[in-house]
Ligand binder design. Sequence first.
Ligand code: ADP
Length: 258
Amino acid sequence: YTEGNEIGEFCKEFDKMRVRLKDTILEQHELEKRRKRLIASITHDLRTPLTSIKGYVEALQDGIVKDKETYDKYLATINEKADLLNHLIDDLSVYTKQELGEFALNIERIHSGRLLNNYFNHKQYDFKYANIELILKKPFISTYINVDPYRMTQILDNLLSNAKKYARTQIVVSTKVIQYHLRISVQDDGEGIPEDFIQNLFDPFFMVNKKKDQKEKGGSGLGLAIVKQLTEAHDGEIIVESVLDQGTTFTIEIPIDR
Ligand code: ADP
């Protein structure tokens, strides 16, 4: 009887292991599928501007363009596409380095107020001639955080440049402390993000309106994926709140050094 019981226990354990193994295999399949989708997406994004560059160069070589105005326009388009490629490759390089865990964080204990004042006071110049007002809700919270200052700049740069692309009249930057975490929010009064897209917003290469975002705003869809990776590397979190036609707020939450 005892022996039978032991066999029963063993079978139960074995069953549990089988289920876990099945889950792991399914997870691997899912990851593999994601990786394939990602590569397809990268290939497509790199090929599109290249195809277009080749098209314009061939047109110029064929000598079908006779007037100077069209000639210059073609050259400008080639240049613009090359810039887009450069931008894509830069973002891709940052993203893959991070994905491969090749980036090291140089963590320092930093005074949040000083970090944010330094960063945003400089940024005011970028807004001098823009039609958008950068409103800083001062004083920024003064506390200590353990962060890589360069990576924090990358996070803020990405959020601020997105806000600047979409804001209509103003961007508001504010800070708060909630449950031993420092919250930094960047709020714009832009078009907002449809609810259906929020879930995928931080996926690499995701753009709400790919054609428009890439063409008009020079995006790669990697900015927010980079921000998420970097924030999480700091044991932090990123939160997004958006209301259509009213605006979007991105908040990063970083643990405070107590
Ligand atoms: P990119 O590097 O192309 O800017 P991101 O990953 O930063 O890409 O953003 C992904 C997409 O999310 C953008 O293409 C845009 O459609 C949307 N998005 C990001 N920030 C905002 C914002 N503040 N307001 C509205 N849409 C936004």
